[in-house]
Design a protein. Structure first.
Lengths: 404, 293
């Protein structure tokens, strides 16, 4: 009797140790992915529910391909584009709910707030939506990956192409917060470097709906190009009103951050001929079409680059956790940086020391209405900007993690 | 010629743009002022009703092929009818309670309406074309004025002053004002006061929807277009004096002009200038510029 009990206990203990050993590296044997995004505000079409769907698709695909010993769960929340809400939520997730990574994080101010908390709590921050370069420069840290695009790449694509094609005088319409200012700064540098001249700029409140005053100032400047250093509803309203006030076609607009969701909602008539830089286009090749079609079937809209990048970043993260056999931030980050990214979104994508994921970007021009042959047939891809040229070179980086 | 370092042509064009925005403020704040003045309800649904006016126009054009001019009549009627339904079934029960209850109810309704449209149409909104008759613009020398914007000023101001005339100068208006002053007495004289109040709320809501149709070709028709505007409009009503009809019209236009000037001299402050004025007015004249203390 006594021995039997002892044996049972011993067996139980052994089993416990065994199973403990198998999952010692994955906390709670569950990897929890948190999607912190704008679910209802001005960026909810380009990220929002589509980003949550993309995350779920990445998790499903990962489970099917890797059949891992651990579970993967997703939680999501609406940060309402407010830094304080984002940081409270991230802290709650990390401290109490065992979330391993906070992802998406559209709107620079929320991204900057959450990456600090991720560092403090030793968790990973995967950023698909935010755009500003400080994320991988002054504010960089070793638990953050800036995945899809940034203001440098946008400026380097659009501003360079437009300036080189003769649009050599610029006036900026800038959203008055971190992102708009970063975009204006990066674009001005590119314009000047390519022999162009910046005649002035006006900072409009974020968000704004009436742009007529600002457009008239841009008109009075006489600049050939009006650079829209804003995003979302600000950009679409500015484009619409520019046509109304006869600003276009005398002067041309350059949308420095435009998503396919903006082009879709404005229509080709309002946007035809505009140049934009994007990290992803659904109609690029068979691989992008196949994935985008799966996405479309569920979401009824084609994916934006943020949503496609979200899928790719979460899948890359989960594969890294699986390969490293751990969800501890530094181990996962090391694995993610070591492994090149090859999927429909990126070919030979590489995460650098500053946290920047470098991959090819595309310079697109919006089609004329009669050139569009089927739904969502919106872009001519004019140029592929190779990864090495698309992003800020490490030699210019202000990130202390970069060894020079 | 330059005024304070700004070319006078630019200044002139900014004043005109200010007038255009001011007419939007005027027509929206007028609806709010009527509803507050006669019903004592702070109608937070106003922005959502403005948005629904724009959406009714968009749906009418794209799903039913109904043009802008018909929508200009149809949308206020449809949204006004919804307003009547809200008044009959919900608001009516709150008149005896504190203002706060009306505010909470209408605020909640606004969130629900915005949520429904966001779910159906997404946040980026839809594009509504300028009607053919009003396309293009005229060169005024100092600026290019889109014909449509000129039409907005004319239409908005006509409706505003017609409303003022009805309420202040006609017998119907007299009944309305008397009904809010002393409902029992007016009722005793054989006038159906509850019906009058229902009609008033429906009319205030219809004004918001009318402004929504006017706005549809200018802005993206999006679920949040109203919530961006409504806070400013509330400030306009407070500055003008809650419930003052003429006050809300004049203040709306005036603040549109001031905002336009701010956008030239210090654009970063253009979003807050209205609120700064509100604070100053409340300190100096707590009842508002045109309100009776």
């Amino acid at each position: 009797m006594h021995t039997k009990k002892l044996t049972t206990l011993a067996c139980a203990a052994a089993l416990a140790t065994l199973s403990g050993a198998a999952s010692a590296q994955i906390s709670g044997n569950t990897v929890k992915v948190g999607v912190l995004t704008d679910m209802s505000g001005t960026y909810s079409d380009l990220a929002g529910a589509g980003a949550v769907l993309a995350t779920q698709m990445a998790i499903d695909d990962f489970m099917a391909e890797a059949k891992p010993a651990f579970k993967v769960e997703m939680v999501s929340a609406d940060h309402q584009n407010k830094a304080d809400i984002a940081s409270n939520k991230a802290r709650e997730w990390f401290e109490r709910e065992g979330v391993d990574t906070a992802t998406e994080l559209v709107t620079t101010s929320t991204a900057l707030a959450v990456m600090k908390i991720a560092k403090e709590m030793n968790r990973v921050a995967l950023m698909s939506g935010p755009a500003s370069t400080p994320i991988t420069n002054e504010q960089c840290n070793d638990v953050t990956v800036h995945y899809t695009y940034d203001t440098y790449a946008l400026a380097n694509g659009t501003a360079k192409a437009v300036t080189q094609q003769g649009g050599d005088t610029w006036f900026f319409l800038t959203a008055d917060y971190a992102f708009g200012q970063a975009l204006e700064k990066d674009s001005s540098a590119v314009v000047t470097a390519n022999g162009g001249k910046v005649l002035g700029s006006v900072r409009h409140p974020f968000p704004a709906s009436d742009f007529s005053s600002f457009l008239l100032q841009a008109q009075a400047s006489g600049a050939k190009i009006i650079g829209l250093a804003n995003a979302g509803a600000d950009t679409t309203n500015a484009i619409k009103q520019a046509a109304e006030f006869g600003v276009t076609p005398k002067q041309s607009l350059a949308g420095l951050l435009m998503f396919i969701s903006d082009v879709h909602s404005l229509g080709l008539k309002n946007t035809q001929g505009m140049y934009l830089t994007t990290g992803f286009y659904w109609d690029l090749n068979d691989e992008t079409r196949a994935w985008s079609k799966r996405f479309f079937d569920k979401h009824k809209r084609m994916p934006t680059m943020v949503q496609a990048g979200q899928y790719s970043s979460v899948l890359h993260y989960l594969r890294a956790v699986n390969a490293a056999g751990s969800d501890e931030a530094s181990k996962v980050m090391a694995q993610m940086k070591k492994t090149p990214i090859n999927d429909f979104f990126a070919k030979n994508g590489q995460i650098r020391d500053d946290g920047r994921m470098v991959h090819d970007m595309y310079l697109a021009q919006v089609k004329k209405p009669d050139e569009s042959k089927y739904p969502w047939d919106y872009y001519h891809i004019r140029q592929t900007i190779p990864a090495a040229e698309a992003f800020q070179p490490l030699s210019q980086s202000k990130c202390p993690l970069v060894k020079k | 010629m330059e005024i304070f370092g700004v070319p006078s042509a630019l200044l002139g064009s900014q004043l005109l743009v200010g007038l255009i925005n001011g007419s939007f403020y005027a027509i929206l704040s007028l609806g709010l002022a009527i509803i507050f003045g006669l019903l004592n309800i702070i109608n937070f649904t106003h922005g959502a009703q403005y948005m629904m006016g724009a959406f009714v126009a968009w749906i009418a054009l794209n799903k039913l092929g109904i043009n802008y001019w018909v929508a200009l009549l149809l949308a206020p009627l449809a949204v006004g009818a919804l307003g009547v339904l809200i008044e009959r079934t919900m608001l009516r029960k709150l008149y005896k309670l504190d203002h706060l209850y009306g505010l909470l109810l209408t605020f909640g309704l606004a969130l629900i309406f915005e949520g429904i449209f966001r779910d159906q149409y997404g946040i980026s909104g839809q594009s509504y074309p300028v009607p053919e008759l009003l396309q293009g613009g005229v060169n005024l020398g100092f600026m290019f004025l889109p014909i449509y914007r000129g039409w907005v000023v004319v239409a908005a101001l006509t409706v505003c002053f017609a409303t003022w005339f009805i309420i202040e100068k006609t017998k119907l208006g007299a009944y309305l004002r008397a009904g809010t002053e002393n409902p029992q007495m007016v009722q005793a004289l054989g006038i159906n006061v509850p019906l009058l109040i229902t009609f008033t709320y429906g009319f205030g809501v219809a004004l918001a929807a009318f402004a929504g149709v006017l706005a549809a070709p200018i802005y993206q028709v999006s679920p949040l277009m109203g919530s961006n505007l409504i806070i400013v409009v509330f400030a306009v009503v407070v500055i003008g004096g809650m419930g003052s009809i003429m006050g809300s019209i004049l203040t709306g236009i005036g603040l549109g002009l001031i905002e336009g000037l701010t956008r030239v001299f210090y654009p970063e402050a253009s979003a807050v200038v209205v609120f700064v004025i509100m604070v100053i007015v409340l300190l100096v004249r707590p009842a508002g510029l045109f309100g009776k203390a």
